[in-house]
Design a protein. Structure first.
Length: 288
């Protein structure tokens, strides 16, 4: 079965109304039943069918009652026997009426499907009535409450009767001394219970840094100077004399800067020339 969704836009509502399929149009042609039919059939509304007896409840023809001669689903209107009007040319036509303006007074049960629908609705109504709790009248609810109030009033009016005390059973000394002892207890009680003192607000615990700052503020400037001098002497005594500087090992000595390879080659050339001259002079001397 097709489900219908609720739409607030009036344009969409009209479109759905005029384009609705037959099974939805059939439901839109429903009319309310009379109070007698609603009580006997277990339903408040039913779709109007041909052959039903209906009464017009609103409009110009209010109070008119008759049988339904035709149901027009395409127009959403019904036509009744005897409800006509005369046109200008003299012909009579049936007046169309919307089903929401009529009340069904008698049902046409020739169709077995309609009987089954009514039987099913009646069973549903019975089940709903059984599930609902029976309504208790207000008088029955108020009765036990009123009875309880009356009993309480009677109990309040009657004073509590004191039990008789057997004087013979109690000794004379006990009877005479009892009130005096009670009086003493009453007088002593307020002395024993001192007035409760209000708890004092706890001060926050001082931190180490706060304590140091407070101690520094309390110290006298002379004491500070003396403390500084004592500290300097103690440091001198502890520190030994400086040891003689040890000679650095050969590995730690800084290496002499080495001459560049180009400079070495130039120096060799300079030294090579005089040596060659010396050799030549020696050879010449030897030959002479």
């Amino acid at each position: 079965m097709q489900k219908t969704k609720r739409v607030k836009n009036p344009g969409k509502q009209r479109k759905r109304l005029f384009n609705a399929p037959a099974h939805i149009r059939h439901k839109l042609m429903s009319a309310p039943l009379s109070s007698e039919l609603a009580a006997s059939r277990g339903s408040k509304t039913l779709p109007v069918r041909k052959g039903d007896t209906v009464r017009i409840m609103r409009g110009d023809n209010k109070g008119f009652e008759g049988k339904v001669s035709r149901v027009a689903l395409n127009e959403y209107r019904i036509y009744m026997e005897g409800l006509t009007r005369e046109k200008v040319d003299g012909t009579n036509i049936f007046l169309p009426i919307h089903p929401s303006k009529v009340q069904i007074r008698n049902l046409n049960l020739d169709d077995k499907w309609r009987k089954d629908i009514l039987a099913r609705k009646k069973e549903i109504e019975k089940a709903e009535k059984e599930e609902k709790p029976k309504a208790v009248p207000k008088e029955a609810k108020e009765a036990p409450a009123k009875a309880g109030k009356k009993v309480k009033e009677v109990e309040e009016e009657k004073p509590a009767e004191a039990l008789p005390v057997k004087e013979e059973a109690l000794p004379e000394t006990a009877i005479e001394e009892a009130p005096a002892e009670k009086a003493l207890e009453v007088e002593e009680e307020p002395e024993k219970t001192p007035a409760a003192k209000k708890p004092r607000a706890k001060k926050p615990a001082a931190t180490k840094s706060a304590k140091k700052i407070a101690a520094r503020k309390e110290e006298v400037p002379e004491e500070k100077v003396a403390k500084k001098e004592e500290g300097a002497q103690a440091v001198k005594e502890k520190v030994p004399a400086k040891k003689a500087a040890k000679p650095k090992p050969a590995a730690m000595k800084t290496a002499e800067p080495t001459e560049a390879p180009a400079e070495k080659a130039a120096a060799e050339k300079k030294t090579a020339k005089p040596r060659a001259k010396r050799k030549a002079s020696k050879e010449v001397g030897g030959g002479q």
